[in-house]
Design a protein around this ligand. Structure first.
Ligand SMILES: NC(=O)c1ccc[n+]([C@@H]2O[C@H](COP(=O)([O-])OP(=O)(O)OC[C@H]3O[C@@H](n4cnc5c(N)ncnc54)[C@H](OP(=O)(O)O)[C@@H]3O)[C@@H](O)[C@H]2O)c1
Length: 228
């Protein structure tokens, strides 16, 4: 059974991804920064909870140590935790957006690499966004063209670039970034847009369950590869 860690899995797309991978037989670790929310989500799915705040090095190290002790390896990592960083555009808000959406990917991936190397088919999926695609935000025909989310977009560009760089530096591990599709979650509640998280989680699950010869270094949505 694949051993899987999903960050920010106590709700939204991460929670639904956890549900679907659990149904496929994965041993899923729900990474959540809040113990009460994480334990509740894990109990609802028959999954395991691990305390994990992607902005806190000690928390990330401890979470991966817990998985190491219990499982001795990690097969799938889903970097899903994210924040919108909307509102004011200033230094503190920028630091928070980048700390969660980009630096968080580095923290968790670096801590996970030794465990991923022990897997026969290691896969990392980073839930990025087409809001971070230069192609999309400069294309007037795309909805991202009118999206006034500079910090979110820039931090997701970084998350996608990290995916490409990890794919190059870690050829034994698949790294892919995903645009899950506009989804009705707490993140988008203020806009009142998006489809059910169940639908978007399918896109994440697809990339989390690739065969050993599957693609690496790509940025995809449900229709396949997206331009950068
Ligand atoms: N919704 C969309 O339309 C959409 C589109 C493209 C990409 N995405 C991406 O999809 C991912 C999931 O978003 P969502 O829509 O499901 O939003 P959501 O419902 O707000 O879920 C975000 C999750 O991230 C967690 N999180 C935030 N900061 C964290 C931290 N420092 N450490 C650990 N966990 C943290 C949250 O935990 P708490 O409950 O503790 O806050 C929550 O579990 C994000 O990366 C988002 O950027 C979403």
């Amino acid at each position: 059974m694949p051993i899987t860690l999903i960050t920010g899995a106590n709700k939204g797309i991460g929670f639904e991804t956890a549900r679907q991978l659990t149904e496929l037989g994965h041993v899923v670790y729900i990474g959540a920064r809040d113990a009460e929310r994480g334990e509740k989500a894990a109990a609802a799915l028959g999954a395991r909870f691990v305390q994990l705040d992607v902005t806190d090095d000690a928390s990330v190290t401890s979470a991966l140590a817990t998985i190491d002790s219990a499982e001795g390896r990690l097969d799938v990592l889903v970097n899903n935790a994210g924040v919108l960083g909307a509102g004011v555009t200033d230094g503190p808000t920028a630091l928070r957006a980048f700390d969660t959406n980009a630096v968080g990917v580095v923290r968790v991936t670096e801590a996970a690499l030794p465990l991923l190397r022990k897997s026969p088919n290691p896969t990392v999926v980073t839930v990025s966004s087409s809001a971070g695609s230069f192609w999309a935000v400069t294309n007037p025909d795309r909805p991202e063209f009118n999206l006034p989310l500079a910090l979110y977009s820039a931090s997701k560009s970084a998350a996608t670039m990290l995916t490409v760089q990890y794919a190059k530096s870690q050829p034994g591990i698949k790294f892919n970034a995903v645009e899950p599709g506009t989804t009705a979650t707490d993140m988008t509640a203020a806009f009142g847009i998006g489809r059910a998280p169940e639908e978007s989680a399918k896109v994440v699950v697809h990339l989390a369950t690739l065969d050993a010869d599957g693609p690496t270094g790509t940025f995809q949505d449900e229709n396949g590869e997206l331009p950068w």
